[in-house]
Design a protein. Structure first.
Length: 294
């Protein structure tokens, strides 16, 4: 399987951008079957460059994350990236996970600080890492991986010093060995452009991949943004509220909104896009078809 840094490096200028999809480990056997028998085959037809599998709050899906990532590569022939966090793990436990990933043929890791289970403030595990730059550095020294890290166009919700301080910390993560950045979801491109331009002034040259979440319902997106701190303009909230419980109308609006968002980003020189699929097919498929990337 390819290293993601090589996927980005081999992209042909002017062609289709690098496209990736994110999945989460299902909680049931039926969910597993749906993911592997329906969702993955349908989204594989869109020819993504790679996909990723989340880790779960507190590392709660550690074994399942690696298992799904391995299966995606072996059964579907797709390059896959496993998320890895610092939560509830010592350095030695993280080493064991990383070595297990290597044994399974997993060569790409998204290194994250992670969220504690049940929310609340992050607390360092004794013998573990407090910051994601430590995890990036650790994986880099271990060797054998292409390492991604997270970026926050509006600043990390827990960074009280402001978004520019958060962005400078991202630069430090890149200096420790991160090959590319995948951003938190956002809905207003001006936030991404400010973020990208600031990082460019800091000397960042690695790919910065905007994370795109297709809107499905007002209630859903309000929950997500409350957790991550992304903002919604009053106009966008008003539009979603007008749909009420009409999920079909909200989904259609979300597809149109994400399509326009991606069009503007692509015109502005963005060369890679990461779609948060929520283990669903319809919205991501339609967006890529609208963009003529599928």
């Amino acid at each position: 399987m390819q290293l993601i840094r090589d996927i980005h490096a081999s992209r042909q200028p002017g062609g289709r951008p690098v496209v990736s999809f994110e999945f989460f480990p299902p909680k049931t056997d039926e969910g597993d079957r749906t993911l592997f028998e329906k969702t993955l085959p349908a989204l594989k037809a869109l020819k993504p460059d790679f996909c990723s599998v989340t880790y779960g709050a507190g590392g709660s899906t550690r074994e399942k994350t690696l298992g799904i990532t391995e299966r995606i590569q072996k059964e579907h022939g797709l390059t896959a990236m496993a998320h890895l966090t610092c939560v509830n793990a010592t350095k030695e436990q993280i080493r064991d996970v990383a070595l297990d990933a290597q044994r399974r043929g997993i060569r790409n890791i998204l290194a994250l600080r992670g969220d504690p289970p049940g929310g609340g403030e992050f607390k360092k595990t004794e013998g573990g890492f407090e910051f994601s730059f430590e995890l990036v550095k650790f994986l880099k020294e271990l060797g054998g991986f292409s390492i991604g890290t997270a970026g926050f166009p509006e600043g990390h919700i827990s960074c009280k010093e402001g978004k520019k301080v958060d962005w400078e910390r991202l630069k430090a993560k890149i200096d420790c060995g991160a090959d590319f950045v995948v951003t938190q979801l956002f809905f207003h491109n001006e936030d991404f452009f400010e973020f990208r331009d600031y990082l460019s002034k800091l000397g960042v040259r690695v790919p910065i991949c905007p994370g795109i979440l297709p809107l499905i319902s007002g209630a859903q997106i309000k929950r997500f943004t409350a957790l991550c701190g992304a903002k919604l303009s009053p106009e966008l909230v008003g539009q979603l509220d007008r749909f009420g419980d009409d999920e079909a109308a909200s989904t259609a609006f979300g597809i149109e909104y994400a399509t326009k968002q991606c069009e503007e980003l692509f015109r502005a020189g963005v060369e890679s896009f990461h779609f948060y699929t929520l283990n669903k097919v319809h919205s991501t498929t339609q967006i890529l078809k609208n963009l003529r990337w599928a």
